[in-house]
Design a protein around this ligand. Structure first.
Ligand code: NAX
Ligand code: K
Length: 509
């Protein structure tokens, strides 16, 4: 799904109003209606008790409108202004007049009023309309108190547009943020609903159409998208297809101590549909890894006494890679100097697309020039935060989306920044935010499975822009199946591989 920035939303609102399609108040009324409908669902009954915390800006206006609509449905409602009356926007004031006409009122927030606190404890739903896309400083003072009240009352909270305190374009939290059970946003989702801490505060997200004309929405460019089930499509296979049609891939991995990683990547590639999977393994671990695998073809490579690749392994691997269409460097390779030197040598010599994971990425620490020299060749890197930092990636300001996009642009690569809501960024600045996966996947070996899936789809000829976000989604979806069937504690990366075929099958056609 396309993701809009706060600036784009302001622009779309402005254009809609300027072209006379809807007034600001009409847009706000539709936003309020969507909120009220969601509030009733969240309350779980047709009427009940609700409190709406409203800021002075237009997000507050959505909340005031929602309060009136709930009142008209028979709810017992208290609508609270958290902010200065003199800063109320024109539309929010209009909403207040309408609330008064309907028999309600906009009360000043009395944070120390024990009667109000007791009243709130009996609510069926709380509406958070403090700040939306206009948040510009840390939440403090009365707004902070209101955020704490919503977060501690154990009553379901509905956020208007975005949980208050979350920065719309980054998902960073300014001071503190509301933990919503549900968020209703308008027209298009924002990055802050998915990434960073915002992704943890948003709860169930729904997108309401408030009447912004379709042609205005379509006229904008949206470099960032979320990846959802509807985006995943794999074609039927041709009746006369043969194994050569589905990629010949090469995996360089393994070392003493890491015999599972290359096997997981290879099995994942087979389960994702690759025609032929070759592996290059340090000779000492070759029989162990080979014994785990039936379909892939493991080859021994020269190794040192430490059980890791020796320098001579580079030429031997190159000879094997030359007959393949793509290779994966890294799973379980270890971090010896000679291994890192082999990886860098291969990166310099291989003119094929390369997927770089784990120790393959670590080999670039202090040698980012080797990556930069691959300009024009496809290189996909799949770091977690620690590996990203070793590459020189900067996550210090908490803006993962910006960090991933900047890195991909600066180093002309595809960057898969793994974690909650994995981000796949491309050199043209576009990025895809994944929506599948769960904490049961936070186990050694999950990354090897992911790199095997990416390798497989790229090897089958899907363009990177399609293959990589799709691989990330399938990996997470397999994880979600495992969490459902096995549970987050006991599920393993091998279970992900076993779950893959059924997940993939649902998206073929
Ligand atoms: N026509 C429109 O522009 C529409 C806007 N809508 C709503 O309007 C929102 C945007 O409205 P606004 O641009 O007025 O912005 P907000 O209502 O999000 O917040 C801006 C107000 O809060 C203040 N503020 C920001 N951060 C603060 C902080 N940390 N502490 C204290 N005060 C702070 C600002 O000075 C300003 O007064 C959207 O998120 C959406 O909910 C919807 O009603 C749809 C139509
Ligand atoms: K809000």
């Amino acid at each position: 799904m396309r993701i809009a920035t706060a600036q784009q939303m302001r622009e779309l609102d402005r254009l809609t109003i300027e072209t006379g399609r809807h007034t600001a108040l009409e847009l706000m009324e539709r936003a309020a209606a969507a909120l009220a409908a969601a509030a009733v669902e969240l309350a779980g009954k047709p009427t009940g008790r609700a409190v709406c915390f409203c800021g002075a800006g237009n997000n507050g206006g959505d909340g005031v409108g929602c309060a009136r609509l709930l009142l008209e449905r028979g709810f017992e409602v208290r609508c609270i202004l958290v902010g200065q009356r003199e800063k109320m926007t024109h539309s929010t004031r209009s909403m207040e007049f309408q609330l008064i006409s309907a028999g309600g009122k906009l009360e000043e927030f009395q944070p120390d009023d024990p009667e109000f606190a007791r009243w709130c404890l009996e609510c069926d739903v709380m509406v958070d309309a403090l700040f939306g896309i206009g948040l510009n400083t840390a939440v403090c003072g009365d707004a902070l108190t209101a955020v704490h009240m919503m977060n501690t009352c154990e009553i379901p909270v509905l956020s208007a547009d975005i949980p208050s305190g979350v920065e719309a374009d980054t998902g960073r939290i300014f001071g503190a943020a509301v933990h919503a059970k549900r968020t209703v946003t308008f027209t298009l989702p924002k990055a802050g609903h998915y990434v960073g801490k915002g992704g943890l505060c948003t709860g169930e997200l729904t997108v309401a159409d408030i009447g912004i004309p379709r042609e205005l929405v379509d006229a904008q460019e949206y470099p960032v998208q979320s990846v959802e089930a509807d985006d995943i499509h794999l074609p039927h296979r041709q009746l006369d297809a043969h194994k050569g049609d589905f990629g010949k891939v090469y995996i360089l991995g393994g070392s003493v101590g890491y015999t599972g990683a290359p096997a997981l990547a290879a099995r994942a590639a087979v389960r994702t549909g690759t025609g032929l999977v070759n592996l290059g393994l340090p000779a000492p671990v070759w029989p162990i890894v080979a014994a785990k695998l039936d379909e892939p073809m493991p080859h021994p490579l020269p190794a040192g006494k430490d059980g890791q690749l020796s320098l001579e392994a580079g030429e031997a691997a190159l000879a094997q890679i030359s007959s393949c269409g793509i290779c994966l460097l890294g799973p379980g390779l270890g971090r010896s100097n000679s291994t890192a030197a082999v990886v860098r040598h291969l990166l310099q010599e291989i003119r094929l697309p390369v997927v770089l994971d784990a120790d393959g990425i670590n080999a670039l620490e202090g040698h980012i020039d080797v990556l930069d020299a691959r300009q024009g060749l496809h290189t996909v890197l799949t770091p977690h935060d620690g590996e990203f930092a070793r590459l020189g990636g900067d996550l210090s300001d908490g803006d993962r989306l910006r960090a991933a996009r900047t890195f991909a642009m600066e180093h002309t690569c595809c960057l898969v920044l793994k974690g909650h809501r994995t981000i796949t960024a491309f050199p043209d600045g576009s990025a895809y935010i994944n929506t599948t996966g769960n904490p049961g996947m936070a186990k050694g070996g999950s990354g090897d499975v992911l790199s095997g899936i990416i390798l497989s789809l790229l090897g089958q000829g899907f363009p990177a822009r399609q293959a990589v976000p799709m691989a990330v989604w399938l990996h997470g979806a397999a994880g979600d199946v495992c969490a459902q069937e096995i549970g987050e504690y006991g599920m393993t990366p091998s279970d992900l591989i076993d779950a893959l075929p059924a997940v993939i099958r649902k998206h073929v056609g």
